[in-house]
Design a protein. Structure first.
Ligand code: PLP
Length: 392
C-alpha cells in the first residue's frame, strides 16, 4: 500500500495486523510486568539479544505501536515515546551532551526549554549560547570546539519565529554537532525536519499529536542509534516513560492529525490575515503572512501549511487583559494544539514574573496574545475575536 500521502499515512502508519489478534486499534496493555516462558527467553530479552517486553518503564506494546506510527510520519528510523514534551527535550539533550558539552539554542523559544538549558549549565556544566535563530548563520558564529548540539524550535513559542532547518543542519554536520528540532508547533503534517537534514526532532505530544487537550506526552524521533541511546540512557535512568493508556490516546489522536492540521492551518491563515488589517492590532506574528520576516524560509520548509499558532499585539497590558476577558467562544487557558481555540495574554500570565525590560527584550510585548486556533467554524472564531477587540 502506498503511504505517500500524509492523509493515508496518518490513518495507517504503524499498522501491523499480524499482531494483537488483528485489532485495528492496538489495545492498551495495562501491564507493568511481562512473564517469560523459560530461563533462556528471560535471558535473551533481558540482554536485548531478542526483542520483547519485561518491565513497564522499558517499553510496552502500546507504546511501541505509537513509536512506529510517529517514526513513519516523520520519515525517521525510530522513535521513543515519553511522559511529556519536557521528558523528550531532556532525553534529547542528555543523549547528545555530557558535562563540558556546549549547545547553541534560540534566544526566543519555549520558556521551560530555555530555563532547562540554564539549569543544566549551572548544575551540570553543559553551557548554552543563545542566538537570534531567525538568521541561521548565527549558529555558525556560535560554534565552539566542544559544541555537540544545535537546538532549533521552529516555529517558535510564542512568537512564531522561523529558523532555516536545512542551513542549521548543514552547519551542524560540518561542525560535528547534532541538530535537534522541536517540531511541536509545525507537526509532521507541515514540516519534516529529518528530511531537511536534522538528526532528530521532538514533540510535545500534549499538543497537536494528541490534539484534544486531554493528555501529557512527548516523543523523540531520529536515527536508530540516537533513539536507542536515549532509550537505554535518559529513559531508563530518569524514568520519563509514557503510560500505556496515554500512548493509546496519542495514537488515536494521530489518526485525525492530517484533517485537524489542514483545518488549523486554514483557520489560522484566515484569522492572521484579518488581524493584520485590524485597527486595534499593532503586530501579527504568523509565518504564513508575507510580512513575516522569514516567510520565504517558512514557505520552503513548511510544505503542509503554516500551523495553527498566531502571536498578536493589542498594544498594552490593559488591552491584553480586556481582550482575554472579552472572548466568549475562545477560552483563556495555557496550552495549545487542541481542537478548541484557546488563548493567553503572555505579559499577565506565563511571563508575569519576568522583569518588563527582560520580557520586552525577548519580544514579548505588553499586549501580546498567543492564540492557538482550533478547528471550529472560522466565521464563529472571527466574530468572537472581533467582538472582543471592540471591547478594548
Ligand atoms: C514548543 C514546545 N516544546 C515543548 C513543550 C513542553 O511540552 P510538555 O508541556 O508536554 O512537557 C512545550 C509546551 O508548551 C512547547 O510549547
Amino acid at each position: 500500500m502506498s503511504r505517500t500521502s500524509f492523509y493515508t499515512a496518518a490513518v495507517h502508519a504503524g499498522d501491523d495486523h499480524s499482531e494483537h489478534f488483528g485489532a485495528l486499534s492496538v489495545p492498551v496493555y495495562s501491564a507493568s510486568v511481562f512473564a517469560f516462558p523459560d530461563a533462556d527467553e528471560a535471558s535473551a530479552i533481558h540482554n536485548e539479544e531478542k526483542p520483547g517486553y519485561y518491565y513497564g518503564r522499558l517499553g510496552n506494546p502500546t507504546q511501541t505501536a505509537l513509536e512506529c506510527t510517529v517514526a513513519e510520519l516523520e520519515n525517521a528510523d525510530a522513535a521513543l515515546a515519553l511522559a511529556s514534551g519536557m521528558a523528550a527535550v531532556s532525553a534529547a539533550v542528555f543523549t547528545a551532551c555530557k558535562t563540558g558539552s556546549h549547545i547553541v539554542a534560540p534566544e526566543s523559544g519555549y520558556s521551560t526549554t530555555t530555563n532547562f538549558l540554564h539549569h543544566i549549565a549551572e548544575r551540570f556544566g553543559i553551557e548554552t549560547t543563545f542566538v537570534d535563530a531567525a538568521d541561521a548563520d548565527n549558529y555558525r558564529h556560535a560554534i565552539r570546539p566542544n559544541t555537540s548540539l544545535l537546538w532549533v524550535e521552529t516555529p517558535s513559542n510564542p512568537l512564531c519565529r522561523v529558523t532555516d532547518i536545512a542551513t542549521v543542519a548543514a552547519i551542524g554536520k560540518a561542525a560535528g554537532a547534532l541538530t535537534v528540532v522541536d517540531n511541536t508547533f509545525a507537526t509532521p503534517f507541515n514540516q519534516r525536519p529529518i528530511g531537511l537534514g536534522a538528526d532528530a526532532c521532538i514533540h510535545s505530544a500534549t499538543k497537536y499529536l494528541g490534539g484534544h487537550s486531554d493528555l501529557t506526552a512527548g516523543i523523540l524521533v531520529g536515527s536508530t542509534e540516537f533513539v536507542t541511546a536515549a532509550r537505554q540512557g535518559a529513559n531508563k535512568y530518569y524514568g520519563g516513560n509514557i503510560a500505556p493508556q496515554v500512548a493509546w490516546l496519542v495514537a488515536r489522536g494521530i489518526k485525525t492529525l492530517a484533517l485537524r492540521m489542514e483545518r488549523h492551518n486554514a483557520n489560522a491563515m484566515a484569522i492572521a490575515e484579518r488581524l493584520a488589517h485590524h485597527k486595534k492590532v499593532a503586530a501579527v506574528h504568523y509565518p504564513g503572512l508575507a510580512s513575516h520576516p522569514n516567510h520565504d524560509v517558512a514557505r520552503r520548509q513548511m510544505t503542509g501549511g503554516f500551523g495553527g499558532m498566531i502571536g498578536f499585539d493589542v498594544g498594552s497590558v490593559e488591552a491584553g487583559k480586556a481582550f482575554a476577558n472579552g472572548v466568549r467562544l475562545c477560552t483563556l487557558a495555557t496550552s495549545l494544539g487542541g481542537v478548541e481555540t484557546i488563548l493567553q495574554h503572555s505579559a499577565s500570565m506565563t511571563h508575569a514574573t519576568i522583569p518588563r525590560e527582560d520580557r520586552l527584550r525577548a519580544g514579548i510585548t505588553d499586549g501580546m496574545i498567543r492564540l492557538s486556533v482550533g478547528i471550529e467554524d472560522v466565521k464563529d472564531l472571527i466574530a468572537d475575536i472581533e467582538q472582543a477587540l471592540e471591547r478594548i
